[in-house]
Design a protein around this ligand. Structure first.
Ligand SMILES: [Zn+2]
Length: 141
């Protein structure tokens, strides 16, 4: 999938399943646009995981909860698909949650990640108001 995206991004499907890559997550990952809600950020972060885009993942992570170690560090993880379960936006608090199931394979074995991610909207270092991933909880654990 990554090879395909590098070849003809305009014609290929976005890894997150939201349409063509150029109309879906590319504009966010390229920095041309800022996601306007937590759902768009969630989708683009999933796509960044598929593309192993460490910088995008770090830049969209809330500074106070950003881990020091690399986010995309695990070798051999093949992301298969993203399913959005629920998006809740608490406008008064500039907060949101996105519940999702992401499927992936490691050494040919299928796994699923069921997470409720927390997002917050605030100004970044450059003063641009945008959404950030804060942390997540795992309802199946
Ligand atoms: Zn997408």
């Amino acid at each position: 999938m990554i090879e395909k995206l590098k070849g003809k991004p305009a014609l290929t499907d976005c890894p997150c399943g939201g349409g063509t890559y150029i109309k879906c997550c590319q504009r966010f990952i390229s920095g041309a646009e800022v996601p306007k809600n937590a759902l768009e950020l969630m989708r683009s972060r999933y796509t960044a995981f598929v593309l192993q885009d460490e910088k995008y993942l770090r830049d969209s992570w809330f500074p106070d909860t950003l881990p020091e170690e690399p986010i995309t560090g695990e070798d051999g993880v093949k992301w298969i698909g993203l399913q959005i379960v629920k998006h809740v936006h608490v406008a008064a608090a500039d907060q949101a949650t996105v519940e999702f199931v992401a499927r992936f394979k490691v050494s040919g074995r299928a796994h699923r990640l069921h997470e409720i991610s927390n997002f917050v909207r605030q100004a970044d270092a450059a003063g641009v108001v945008r959404w950030f991933y804060v942390d997540g909880s795992f309802p199946d654990q």
